[in-house]
Design a protein around this ligand. Structure first.
Ligand SMILES: *Cc1c(COP(=O)(O)O)cnc(C)c1O
Length: 230
């Protein structure tokens, strides 16, 4: 049952927070529903999960539109895009997602800003940072994030809420720690810059195999698929 797995994950987050003196209410869970049936998504919502993450625009669109969402669900469900976004999918993405975790180029964030202006919304986004060269083709190099912020200064219809990263897969969760720590330290350094750009409070890091380590390193948003649904 998703309900029991969710409870177990919350408990493990609380324990991880206790180890480092954090308040567990500062850690949110994105239930990663990619590849899961509408029935399972429904079960997750009934269990109390309200933030759902998809990694492909097309799949998310099918799911959201086919979704027999109870009109009474409160708090409302919020969909996040956690996977790579191509500029030709920005139109749909801006209409569907409350937070886009995967902004990885100036071209993309400008396209999001343009589209958000059309829709009359301010789109919340995270900057995806490539803390590990081998794990993914996507993400901005840590050393380029400062320049990225400069170049996106002045965009009125996007709001950068923080940073996201994906650690390389390892059987040992501790192996992910340096990548998570790097993201947190990068956030701290970026915040010290004399800049008008407000880098938001979000650190989106940690998945099923390594979320406790991520929480110990300051994650405010863990993205959990398998540990909830398998
Ligand atoms: C699939 C996915 C997750 C969830 O991974 P699990 O190991 O199933 O918890 C988290 N983040 C991203 C970007 C993903 O694509």
């Amino acid at each position: 049952m998703v309900r029991d797995k969710y409870a177990a994950i919350r408990r493990r987050i609380e324990e991880a927070c206790a180890r480092v003196g954090r308040d567990a209410s500062s850690v949110g869970i994105v239930a990663v529903t990619k590849g899961r049936s509408v029935t399972l998504v429904q079960e997750a919502i009934e269990a109390g999960l309200r933030t759902l993450g998809e990694n492909r625009v097309q799949e998310a669109r099918d799911k959201i539109s086919s979704f027999p969402l109870p009109a009474s669900v409160f708090p409302p469900v919020s969909w996040h895009l956690i996977g790579h976004l191509q500029t030709n999918k920005v139109r749909d993405a801006v209409r569907m997602f409350d937070l886009i975790h995967s902004v990885d180029s100036v071209r993309l964030i400008r396209a999001i800003d343009d589209e958000a202006r059309h829709v009359g919304k301010v789109q919340d986004v995270l900057i995806e940072v490539k803390t590990s060269p081998e794990v993914s083709k996507y993400g901005i190099k840590p050393e380029d994030t400062g320049t990225f912020l400069e170049e996106t200064n002045g965009l009125k219809n996007v709001r950068i809420r923080g940073l996201m990263t994906i650690a390389p897969y390892s059987v040992d969760p501790q192996a992910a720690r340096p990548y998570f720590r790097q993201l947190r330290l990068l956030r701290d350094v970026l915040r010290l810059r004399p800049s008008t750009i407000d880098l938001g409070p979000v650190l989106s890091m940690g998945m099923s195999d390594d979320f406790e380590v991520a929480v110990e390193e300051g994650s405010t948003m863990v993205r959990i698929g398998r540990a909830l649904f398998e």
